[in-house]
Write a protein of this length. Structure first.
Length: 125
């Protein structure tokens, strides 16, 4: 699908308001989060494998993503939601260990038990 204002092969900056509006207009209306595959995802000047705007419900995933990039960006999204499923805050990185899904500087595969409820707030005991 073509996104107005984005040329094929061009990097996509999630902070560009006009481009963000074009992605929002094309997102799945029945989904809380829609992933868009782009040549290069950018967050201002930072070139990343993936970026997310949790409040808007959009994520941009670069062509050179890793196996866990989409799960990592989904973690930012899920961690940003309140118990009622609405955006409440930006959810950042949760450590630096290489194997952690939500680590700073990349994405591993592990989710420590201590942060499981960050992604499923409606089921806290």
């Amino acid at each position: 699908m073509l996104i107005e204002g984005l040329k094929p092969g061009e990097q996509a900056d999630i902070t560009n308001e006009a481009l963000k509006a074009a992605f929002i207009a094309k997102k799945d209306p029945d989904a809380a989060l829609t992933f868009f595959l782009v040549k290069r995802a950018v967050n201002r000047d930072s070139k990343d494998l993936g970026v997310v705007n949790s409040e808007a419900g959009i994520s941009l995933i670069s062509d050179d993503r890793s196996d866990s990039t989409m799960a990592h960006e989904a973690g930012h999204f899920l961690g940003s939601l309140s118990e009622s499923g609405k955006f409440s805050m930006r959810y950042g990185h949760q450590g630096k260990a290489v194997n952690l899904l939500m680590r700073e500087g990349g994405a591993g595969i592990k989710i420590p038990f201590s942060i499981v409820t960050d992604f499923n707030k409606g089921h806290r005991s």
